[in-house]
Every structure is written in C-alpha cells, then in structure tokens.
Write a protein that binds this ligand. Structure first.
Ligand code: SF4
Length: 270
C-alpha cells in the first residue's frame, strides 16, 4: 500500500479512541453545542461544584487540595480542616506539620500544606484577609493557577471568565467534538479556548459542572454508557467506543490466527 494511503487509513493523532471528529463549520458546531447544553440543562437542572464549601476561603483551600485528588476524598478531609482553621489568618499561622497531617490523604500533602499556608499569608498581607474576586489577584496566591482561579471566580463570585478543564471536561469536549485545536484531552489551555468559543459566556461555569456530572454518571472514561445517554443525536462519538472495542477484538483474533499459522508452518518445515 502506498504510504499516503497507509497514512489515511491509520487513525490520526487528533482522533482519540472512542471519539470522532466531524467536518462542520463553527456555526454548526455552536448550534450543536447549544443543543447539547439544552439537554444537559434538562438532565442536571441544578449543577453545583462538587467540593463542599461555605465560603470563598473554604473553596480556595478545597480547590488547592483537589489537585491530583478526587473531590470525594477532599470532601472527607475538609470538615476537620475547616473546624481547625476558620480564617485566612488561621491558615497563615498554621503549624506546617499539623496541617500536613490533616491533608495527608489528598496526596502531595507537603506541597499542598505549604501552598495553603502561603495563600493564607498573602491573603492577610495583601487582601485584608479576603479572597480576591479577579483573575490577576488570584494568580498571586501560592498554589493558584488559572484553573483554580476559574473555579473560585465561576463558582463563588459567579464570574464566567473561563472553563475549568479537568479530566472529565477534557474527555467530554473531545467526545462531543467541541475542541478542534487540541490533540489530546489533557491540553487544557486549547480545550478551554475552544469551549469558550462555542458556549455562551454566561453558561461557562454551569457547562463545566454539567460536563463533570455527565462524565461521572454516563460518559465514563473507560466505558461510556451510550445506550443510556440521551445525547446520542448530538454526539459524534456515540457508540464509537463499542465499535473500537469490537475492531480491537477482531484484530487480536486475526493476529492470534496469523501467529498460530506461522508457528504451524514453522513446525512443518522442521
Ligand atoms: S453518546 Fe453520551 S455516553 Fe456516548 S460518547 Fe456521547 S456523550 Fe458519551
């Protein structure tokens, strides 16, 4: 087979397993995004941040802890943590070893404890102990990158400045084919930019929450439940995962048959 044909037949780097790319204009993509949004709103009428919190400070701390950790685990740790430390000043003055032991089970606890204490100190020193409500100031806090800042701005201050692209949002953006400049689901900056282009700004935070809810309930990473999903009409990846699994199974069987044929012919020639 000529190499150009081979290249065509082979899946491109932009095509993730279980997701499919469409050829459609930006206008059509935006229309499709609105349809997806409509159905997600029907499915998840009250989308909320999964991290338990009662103040901007608690959300900030919980978000720092959620790096490389599940929200469930963070929610198990924060009640005792917020009982012990109830203000920016309390976090600023925290004893490192004690704070580390309280957040240990969230992983990377040394770094997280250092950032939480550091964030408390900056809040006390520069922001009168209040969590700031804008991106530039938030980014001056230790442990706060754009993703964490977006969580706080969107969830607490109801300011839609961007998307919080986590593992669920990245995966769903690819499966819905709503990101065209990103090659993989971990490319948070490009995915965020693409999602910002197709969804209305006043819905960005809620879309993020709804993607996470749908990703957990139906569109799982390993085996999306397309037969239970009500978004199949708007989703170019519907049932692609099953097709991939069947194709993979066929190719394994074919390779096994080939190997056994080769080994039999080898035995005969001996
Ligand atoms: S149809 Fe639903 S479950 Fe299947 S890939 Fe699309 S969004 Fe995920």
């Amino acid at each position: 087979m000529p190499s150009s044909k081979k290249a065509k037949k082979k899946k491109t780097g932009t095509q993730k397993q279980g997701s499919r790319k469409l050829r459609e204009s930006l206008t059509k993509k935006k229309d499709r995004a609105l349809k997806i949004l409509g159905e997600l709103e029907r499915l998840y009428p009250a989308p909320e941040c999964a991290l338990t919190h009662e103040s901007a400070l608690q959300l900030l701390v919980a978000t720092i802890l959620s790096a490389q950790c599940t929200d469930e685990r963070v929610n198990m740790v924060t009640p005792a943590l917020f009982d012990r430390y109830n203000s920016a000043h309390a976090f600023a003055e925290a004893e490192t070893a004690e704070l580390e032991s309280l957040v240990q089970s969230t992983g990377f606890y040394r770094n997280k404890a250092k950032n939480i204490i550091g964030a408390g100190q900056v809040l006390v020193r520069d922001f009168n102990s209040d969590v700031p409500d804008n991106m530039d100031d938030l980014l001056t806090l230790p442990g706060v990158a754009r993703k964490t800042a977006n969580v706080i701005l969107g969830t607490w201050f109801e300011k839609n400045e961007g998307f919080v692209v986590d593992t669920h949002i990245g995966r769903l953006a690819h499966r819905f084919d709503l990101t065209w400049s990103s090659r993989d689901s971990k490319d948070a900056v490009k995915i965020e930019r693409d999602l910002m282009e197709v969804f209305p700004q006043d819905r960005w935070t809620d879309v993020g929450h709804m993607f996470i809810l749908h990703g957990r309930a139906i569109c799982n990473a390993r085996k999306p439940l397309c037969d239970q999903c009500t978004l199949t009409e708007s989703c170019p990846s519907a049932f692609e995962h099953e097709k991939d699994a069947i194709a993979k199974k066929k190719s394994v069987t074919k390779n096994k048959a080939k190997r056994s044929k080769v080994s039999k012919s080898g035995k005969r020639s001996n």
